[in-house]
Design a protein around this ligand. Structure first.
Ligand SMILES: Cc1ncc(C[n+]2csc(CCOP(=O)(O)OP(=O)(O)O)c2C)c(N)n1
Ligand SMILES: [Mg+2]
Length: 420
């Protein structure tokens, strides 16, 4: 057998309605033998040939645009994490806490101020890997004019928390979150609810508060940077446009309307990170469906490079032991509403109701305590996996890239907040 194939693809289960399982097994063995003896290139040729014949025969077959519900970057091609994991995790937790405290304090003073506390909690690790390793600042010494970053609007408290830790904002500034007006004599500045370059010109690059505006603007900025470079007006080579957006935000018509333009123009200077916490303001994004599958189909259909960042490192061992593919199948058939119930409940519940689905899954969970099951992370909270996805996105060429990052809304807020 070819060692390059993940184990779960070696012995896939036949589809539920298989009229001739023995015949299916023969075809499967023939294909696996082809991969093993002649390699992936020949196997791809054969699949293309089969697809060509199928279409010519008009059998009504369409390829499935979804890949298995696992990380696109395999554990074997993950780069070594170049930072200090313990310190970066600790800093992200501090930022989460300060962002939450800022919103709560502001509302204790003025109950009508509002502000989102669970969104940044889900996006903190995604922002931090960007800040610590990828978002390139303007650098006068090397002529790098800096990357452009579009931040998820209502996660602004997290960016303020980071600026506070860096000494760019004071505690008094944080106390004026969502209050643009500061009383005379007060030594503080007001912090706008959402990124707002008019109100805070030295802080924010783009307004993103009206959802959908950030995504479409980022595409046109990436395109205009290409134009400037091609016309030799400004050298934008090496500069990237990053955007962190919400999964609910992808339902705004503006978010989707220029996807094919980005692909047509080959904008590999553009990377989107879609924070897929499976929730919006008032409920699941797709309760009885699966938003990550839907986005994968949409983006790959539009010609984007799609990187799924679904599961943290603790899952690696489980996938390695999942020889029958039962785990991948179970994850790939759980609807988002159910996935959020698993997110909100503890390890015991997940053992009984997720791993309890089949004998294979029960066996997989056997070596784990309830606490270990409870701590299994989604990919968007694992710095090593996030780094791997960003690195793959940063070096992709010829296409724009979207990272579909699976996270928990309210991550780190305990059972009162997460997934609720
Ligand atoms: C055009 C527009 N409509 C409504 C809002 C109000 N709003 C702010 S956040 C939010 C939900 C966002 O959900 P999602 O994009 O999934 O982000 P999450 O908080 O889950 O990370 C809404 C409706 C807005 N900012 N812009
Ligand atoms: Mg969401």
């Amino acid at each position: 057998m070819n060692a390059a194939l993940p184990p779960h693809s070696l012995t896939p289960e036949p589809p539920a309605m298989d009229a001739h399982p023995e015949e299916t097994a023969e075809w499967r063995e023939a294909f696996l033998a082809l991969v093993a003896t002649e390699g992936p290139e020949r196997a791809r040729f054969m699949l293309d040939e089969m697809a060509r014949i199928a279409r010519a025969q008009r059998i009504g077959w369409q390829p499935d645009l979804n890949t298995p519900y696992v990380n696109t970057v395999g554990v074997e091609s993950q780069p070594v994490f170049p930072g200090d994991l313990a310190v970066e995790e600790k800093l992200a937790s501090i930022m989460r806490w300060n962002a939450l405290a800022m919103v709560v304090r502001a509302n204790t003073a003025y109950g009508e101020l509002g502000g989102h506390i669970a969104s940044y909690a889900s996006a903190a690790d995604l922002f931090e890997i960007g800040f610590n390793h990828f978002f390139h600042a303007r650098d006068e010494s090397s002529d790098h004019r800096g990357d452009l970053v579009f931040f998820q609007p209502h996660s602004a408290p997290g960016v303020y928390a980071r600026a506070y830790l860096e000494g760019r904002l004071s505690e008094a500034d944080l106390q004026h979150y969502r209050q643009e007006i500061v009383a005379p004599g007060e030594d503080a500045r007001g912090l706008s609810s959402y990124p707002h370059p008019w109100l805070m010109p030295d802080f924010w690059q783009f307004p993103t508060g009206s959802m959908g505006i950030g995504p479409i603007s980022s595409i046109y900025h990436a395109r205009f940077m290409r134009y400037l470079t091609h016309r030799k007006l400004l050298d934008c080579a090496g500069r990237k446009v990053w955007g962190v957006f919400g999964d609910g935000e992808m339902d705004e018509p503006e978010s989707m309307s220029a996807l094919t333009l980005a692909a047509r123009e080959g904008l590999d200077n553009l990377v989107w990170v879609v924070n897929c916490n499976l929730q919006r303001l008032d409920g699941p994004v797709r309760g009885n469906g699966r938003v990550i599958d839907e986005l994968e189909r949409l983006f790959s259909g539009a010609g984007w490079n799609v990187i799924k960042l679904l599961w943290g490192s603790d899952w690696d061992g489980l996938f390695a032991r999942d020889l029958t593919g039962a785990l991948t199948r179970a994850l790939g058939s759980t609807v988002d509403g159910q996935m959020q119930t698993f997110a909100a409940k503890d390890g015991r519940y997940n053992r009984d109701h997720f791993f309890g689905q089949s004998p294979e899954l029960i066996a997989l969970a056997q070596g784990m305590t309830d606490e270990q099951i409870d701590r299994l992370k989604r990919g968007g909270h694992d710095l090593v996996k996030i780094y791997a996805a960003y690195a793959a996105a940063a070096r992709a060429s010829g296409k724009p890239t979207v990272i579909l990052a699976h996270t928990k809304k309210g991550y780190g807020m305990g059972s009162a907040g997460r997934g609720r």
